[in-house]
Write a protein that binds this ligand. Structure first.
Ligand SMILES: [Zn+2]
Length: 235
């Protein structure tokens, strides 16, 4: 059996941390006859798992689910996805803050004092992330409307035995909405080249065919001619 101190030492952490996880119900200490906490090898393994998950940024309640759940692979996979999304959002936020700082520095070099206008510009460049988020949300909602329209008209035709033209009409409307939302997304996006740090708007044809991730698209920068994954921004 191990004492709190020995367990902490084996996991390169503090006694306070061990006690904290114990209080939170993540570790289950046994009691010695003298009423001191005692841990076995299973607890050691458990604490190592907790520390690893903590380093990956998981919340305590998620860690609890991970180590208690028998179907760990499935739970872990969905929690990893959740954590990846969260970190990507944070990364994007950090990048836009860095852009704000870079812009501020550039302006300071050419200006003597820190004008109100400048502050506004820096803030607006950081707020772009929020606007981009709203835009994406709007697209998701419109996407749902298209789905309902398309499936609704199909179900209507199949179950009511009405004319196929209702479905064709639904299909045409869906196409129009899809076209409109795609173009509206294009009109509001701007890309930052990671190579020369300039911002640009790609041609629609290149934009629509480009490989992409949730926050980036693989585009050719018109300034340095390099093809890279470029960070999406709001314009
Ligand atoms: Zn470039």
């Amino acid at each position: 059996m191990l004492t709190s101190g020995q367990l902490a030492q084996r996991c390169h952490t503090s006694i306070r941390t061990v006690q904290y996880y114990d209080q939170k119900g993540l570790l289950h200490a046994k009691r010695t006859p003298s009423n001191r906490r005692a841990y076995d090898e299973k607890d050691l393994l458990r604490l190592q798992q907790i520390i690893t998950y903590r380093k990956l940024g998981f919340k305590l309640k998620d860690i609890q689910r991970l180590i208690e759940n028998k179907q760990t692979a499935h739970v872990l996979s969905s929690l990893i996805d959740k954590q990846t999304n969260l970190l990507q959002q944070q990364l994007h936020q950090t990048k836009s803050q860095l852009e704000g700082l870079k812009y501020l520095k550039k302006q300071l070099n050419s200006m003597d004092n820190f004008s109100t206008k400048l502050q506004e510009e820096v803030l607006s460049s950081m707020n772009m992330t929020k606007e981009l988020h709203h835009l994406r949300l709007k697209l998701v909602v419109w996407g749902l409307i298209v789905d309902i329209l398309l499936w609704g008209s199909l179900i209507y035709v199949v179950y009511q035995g009405t004319s196929i033209w209702w479905f064709i009409l639904g299909f045409i409307f869906s196409l129009i909405i899809c076209g409109k939302i795609t173009y509206s997304y294009y009109q509001h996006s701007l890309y930052l080249c990671p190579h020369c740090h300039s911002e640009f708007v790609p041609l629609f044809r290149e934009w629509i065919l480009a490989v992409h991730t949730p926050n980036m698209k693989k585009l050719t920068c018109p300034h340095c001619q390099q093809k890279n994954f470029c960070i999406e921004e709001y314009r």
